[in-house]
Design a binder for this molecule. Structure first.
Ligand code: NAI
Ligand code: MG
Length: 358
């Protein structure tokens, strides 16, 4: 299969970890007989430097005709003084909106050699394996009006959802649950918010189409507590934009490291944007020590969700697991009695494990 992949390295460590993902995909291509054609474009601060905007028109066009998109990260303190529409994050929000990437999938799974680094007790997090399905293009982050009022003394944001926006994300949640352990937790704030009451009605209606999936409703405050006290009680969580943003960062502590978390943002036709959960890590950019594993696992998600290359995706995940089991770790991690290595070496270890396995 020949696939056109857009690469958006962005800022900071984005460029370093993108090289790692490319090397892994080239290995997969030669091991499994695929062709991946890469097209690199600018986004974020990088694009602002080159063209004066965080999201150039040709980047949007290229992404619109791609089979899938890989993104590193955007952002740096030096852009903090720019007006909001020129800031790097605008590039990211803009591309999600332009491509209608309404479903954000974040798998959160602990890696045994890293569990000791989580602030939570091993007995609590052991075995936890959660998929958060977050609505990404609606709700409070996009609703209008959004403005200052009363001479700047008041501010307003709007939590707006159309039925159709809720229906498609809820459907994605059910589909994910169907493919995993057939258990879905829908998180809302239906005791207070009208949009949540509508959300709950839609979930109950949709559940009739997925009779095998068991559904629970949970209020977001209770869900926040349960995520850290009993993470094993969750499998797939589906929720709206703001709640999903907060809960997925909270859940990330289960793994003990930001550098290990991949994500996917999907459109209904299967085209997706894949990126690590972490940011551009300006504090370590250019030093060759960035952990490439979240980016590599994001590339695996791309193979799984956009290209249906399940065997290949599994192989990458196994190779990453094996690297940690062998005791290799980048400086953001710690494996007692292991071997600390840099970005390139870690990528090579994963490639070594990939080529030995198949
Ligand atoms: P960050 O995730 O970039 O870094 C937080 C801490 O984790 C830093 O100490 C960093 O060195 C470390 N870290 C993150 N990823 C790592 C990796 N792969 N390997 C080793 N260490 C890693 O978050 P921070 O510092 O809050 O933000 C830095 C910039 O990134 C900001 O401009 C922010 O806006 C942006 N950002 C971008 C995101 C994106 O592109 N999706 C997401 C989050 C932040
Ligand atoms: Mg966040």
């Amino acid at each position: 299969m020949n696939k056109q992949i857009i690469l958006l390295p962005g800022d900071g460590i984005g460029k370093e970890i993108m090289e790692a993902a490319k090397a892994i995909l080239n290995t997969i291509a030669s091991e499994y007989g695929h062709r991946f054609t890469f097209h690199q474009h600018a986004i974020g601060g990088d694009a602002y430097e080159q063209c004066g905007t965080p999201l150039p028109e040709d980047t949007v066009k290229a992404c619109q005709s791609a089979d899938a998109i890989l993104l590193g990260a955007v952002g740096d303190k030096k852009y903090d003084s720019l007006p909001p529409h020129l800031r790097p994050e605008k590039g990211l929000l803009g591309i999600r909106k332009a491509l209608e990437l309404y479903a954000n999938l974040r798998p959160i799974k602990g890696f045994t050699p890293l569990m000791h680094a989580s602030p939570l007790k091993e007995s609590v997090i052991n075995g936890s394996d959660i998929l958060i399905v977050r609505e990404l293009t609606g709700g409070l982050y996009f609703g209008k009006p959004r403005e200052r009022r009363e001479n700047g003394l008041a501010a307003i944001d709007t939590l707006y959802y159309h039925r159709s926006e809720i229906e498609r994300i809820v459907e994605r949640g059910f589909q994910s649950a169907q493919l995993r352990n057939k258990y879905l937790t829908s998180v809302d704030k239906a005791n207070v918010l009208e949009s949540s009451r509508m959300w709950r009605e839609i979930v109950n209606k949709k559940s009739k189409e997925f009779p095998e999936v068991t559904v629970d409703h949970l209020l977001v405050d209770a869900a926040a507590m349960k995520l850290v006290t009993n993470p094993n009680s969750f499998d797939v969580i589906v929720t709206e934009n703001l709640f999903g943003d907060i809960l997925s960062d909270e859940a990330s502590v289960l793994t003990g490291s930001l550098g290990m978390l991949p994500s996917a943002s999907l459109r209904s036709d299967g085209v997706g944007l894949y990126e690590p959960v972490h940011g551009s890590a300006p504090d370590i950019a250019g030093k060759g020590i960035a952990n490439p594993l979240a980016m590599i696992l994001s590339a695996a998600m791309m193979l799984r969700h956009s290209f249906q290359m399940i065997e290949e995706a599994d192989a990458i995940e196994l190779a990453v697991n094996a690297a940690l089991d062998q005791g290799y770790y980048t400086p953001d991690l710690d494996i007692p009695n292991g071997k600390q290595i840099g970005t390139k070496e870690m990528t090579e270890v994963v490639i070594e494990n990939l080529t030995n396995k198949s």
